[in-house]
Design a protein around this ligand. Sequence first.
Ligand code: NDP
Length: 309
Amino acid sequence: MSVLIVCPGKDPENWVNELRNQHPGMNIYVYPEDHDNEEVEFALTWNHPRGLFKNYPNLKVIASMGAGVDHILSDSGLPDGVKVTKVIDDMLTEDMSDFVLSQVMNHIRGLHYYTKSQKEKKWDRFQYQRPKDTKIGIMGLGVLGNAVADKLYKNGFKIHGWSRTEKDCENVTSFHGKEQLEDFLQNSEILVCLLPLTKNTENILNADLFDMLPEGAYVINVARGQHLVEHDLMEMIDSGHLSGASLDVFREEPLPDEHPFWEHPKINITPHIASLTNPKSVVPQIVENYERMKEDEPLKYRVEIDKGY
Ligand code: NDP
């Protein structure tokens, strides 16, 4: 019984070391090193080559290295009956909340603007907005969306949230489903996307949706690049309907040199760092699921493949 780590383009060393520390008896292979496919029952992965897992006749579990599972579920060649798990981790959740709070504060205090005006030695002051006067809309009220809502609420913001199913969250005015999307958007001066990427959420941040936001709204995308129709965002910013955007995720990562987002004065870019998975913090749940698989017990943080998250 072996574990296969598949994470092309990512350094697997910390994962291997942590797994060895926390489960000395575990037999680990790192793809594509030489290994016997029949031995592998558990895979730990990020962006595996499409169709790869079809070649593992005894594979039972595919564990994501992060909170998102779109990189696994978008593979139409997954073996029948395989189970998929995601990460839920306090450190990851807290880091995401801190990041979104920092982007929101940067926006309402104009800090992105001042960073640029310093380069031009410009002493150009303007009035700022205060948290208690700012309505934030969060798309996705799952593990991360809820934590972000809580953090922003505690910092004085007014919070609205949107999810697939109805929610009753303290301190969040909740909306759900397509029929309540417009009401939700009308209350979102700052829109934060924390949806999983599924066939229902792909391209959801498009011109029609932006049109329903209040004039001057700001967009923060920390979910996936494929949620955003990039051209629509640029048009809506350039027409003045949106005041700008903070983007952490992109359709193509790394963002290509020639991409117009790099130079856009109202788009702020970070290289998918809103919340990085920390192997030391996450490996205990991977080890626990490995043991649960061996004992044929229910897995922690299992995702519903049909639902897409
Ligand atoms: P969860 O699965 O816990 O929550 C997903 C939320 O989205 C749920 O509230 C769900 O609604 C809602 N949702 C799903 N589909 C729809 C839909 N069609 N319409 C309306 N609402 C919908 O996810 P997490 O909070 O753990 O993670 C969210 C995403 O954040 C990840 O999938 C990943 O892509 C991204 N991420 C980004 C990182 C970064 O560094 N930039 C780091 C980590 C994650 P309901 O509750 O009704 O089911």
